[in-house]
Ligand binder design. Sequence first.
Ligand SMILES: NC(=O)c1ccc[n+]([C@@H]2O[C@H](COP(=O)([O-])OP(=O)(O)OC[C@H]3O[C@@H](n4cnc5c(N)ncnc54)[C@H](O)[C@@H]3O)[C@@H](O)[C@H]2O)c1
Ligand SMILES: [Zn+2]
Length: 558
Amino acid sequence: MKLDRRITNLIITGFSGTGKSLVAKEVARGLNWDFLDTDDEIVKQSGKPIAEIFRQDGEARFRELERETIRKACQQKQTVIAIGGGAIVNPQNYELLAKTGLIVCLEAKAETIYERLFREAAYSPETEVRPLLANDNPLERIRQLKASRQPYYANVDWTVHTDNLNISQVAEEVIRGLRNLAKFASPSARSGIDKDVACVVETATQSYPVFVGYGLLDRLGEKMKKAALSGTATVISDENVFSLYGSKVEGILKNAGFVVNSFVVPPGEETKSMDYAIKIYDFLVEHRAERDDIIIALGGGMVGDLAGFVAATFLRGMPWIQVPTSLVAMVDASIGGKVGVNHPEGKNLIGAFYQPNMVLADCETLTTLPQRELTSGWAEVIKHGLILDEEFVQFLESNFNRLTKLEPGLLTRAIARSAAIKAQVVSQDEREREGKRTILNYGHTIAHGLEAATQYKRFLHGEAVAIGMVGAAKLSQRLGLLPSAAVERQQALLQKFGLPTVFSGLDLTEITRAMELDKKIKGKAIRWVLLQDIGKVVIRSDVSQQEVLAVLQELAEA
Ligand SMILES: NC(=O)c1ccc[n+]([C@@H]2O[C@H](COP(=O)([O-])OP(=O)(O)OC[C@H]3O[C@@H](n4cnc5c(N)ncnc54)[C@H](O)[C@@H]3O)[C@@H](O)[C@H]2O)c1
Ligand SMILES: [Zn+2]
């Protein structure tokens, strides 16, 4: 495989038990590069095992040896270097490593690490017990040490979550990350790598980066040019968003050499219609838009779906870019290529799968989003953690206060992670054929019931999803899948973000009727997306109507 010339080496880090060394070896084989493990080098040089160095000479001496070994390793070329889990904490090491190549971190939950280390110890009792296991509460020790290193692990170029993958799958993910980062490299960034890439969506039809950052709008033109886009850009936006960001975006695009036309539509879900699609077609015809001109969707999910639908259909498809400005759009609607308009008889009945060329989310735009819209958006962020990433749930729990205040650094991290989870799911199942994308519907069955029973007027989507997730968790508990502590934990998290967890004044039969009409039903039985644990999702089609009714009764506030 050919890689970007500027990437000299590949560094693999991560906590003990994440498989660094084995993965590095496998990646080296895949790339036909050399392989080096700094821990092995230290053992070779000093002639004694690492535990002995720690015991006889102390940790400080070990770190000294480690620094020296890393310094030497960095002089290599085309080498996959596995480094010890604590090495990256040292700023000198980090700087050296970051200069020489890409850093990939292998992640795993504390429980997974504990299990792996424990298993390893059981299989090879002759080797020394790892210091991590040699204490009263090894799991807690792993948790603490891991938490203290997390800020450093967060500072890498690419992260692979290894919990559910075997060594060769992890290696594949590492290589995929490397390829994508190289492909979307921007000239200004270190080693030619664009640090704004939160994730890459990779489908059969298109592979594109999702950029997430604070103040990123300023770099829209630059990133478009880098992606080899040029010519005329048509900005499609709604009145609210355009009045705030329209002239700024127009200016940025013009400065980057684009010819810019803008078409502004009224805000609100009614605009997501065939009527407005036709108005935009008329505008494009009038301006003689050509096939390689660019559509830019600047706004929330409504604008994204509508503009994307026009991009998919006008001249049989034009390049397009999502610039999401609502939280829902940043973590959900802009990723995955579902575009479309509503029909008077149903939402999203007319549409297509049509992937954008890039997504650029500037988290700073959320500072002007109305509070209720913002709160509603957190429901989808939380959902992503609940279905696939317990650690992300922990992150949201510890930082809700600063996140809801839109603290730039944390906000960017939360959005990047949430977008990456959505990207990962849609990359596996672009067209919702294999059922893998279904897990994104956690909380949505009841939510659709609530929305339809109130003619989409009472709840914002995220509010309905929050209540729906409480329902789905309670259902999971009734089926014996989920402990009550987890149900309460989820509820508490939703409340921390200001989301509702009950409803009142609704006729339950209206809700169930609307749920049976929900289009996500396969055959007759509803496919329920449920939880087995926080971060672990299951799908069940054998849920009885009584159970559902009982849960709805629990959700209905007296
Ligand atoms: N394609 C998908 O996969 C997908 C996924 C989820 C939702 N959606 C669709 O997305 C839509 C909902 O998205 P939404 O919640 O973003 O709604 P929206 O686009 O209607 O935006 C909500 C409101 O916020 C305003 N707004 C947006 N950004 C702003 C900003 N930065 N500052 C001030 N005001 C701002 C908008 O003008 C609007 O009034 C629905 O049509 C839904 O069907 C699509
Ligand atoms: Zn949703």
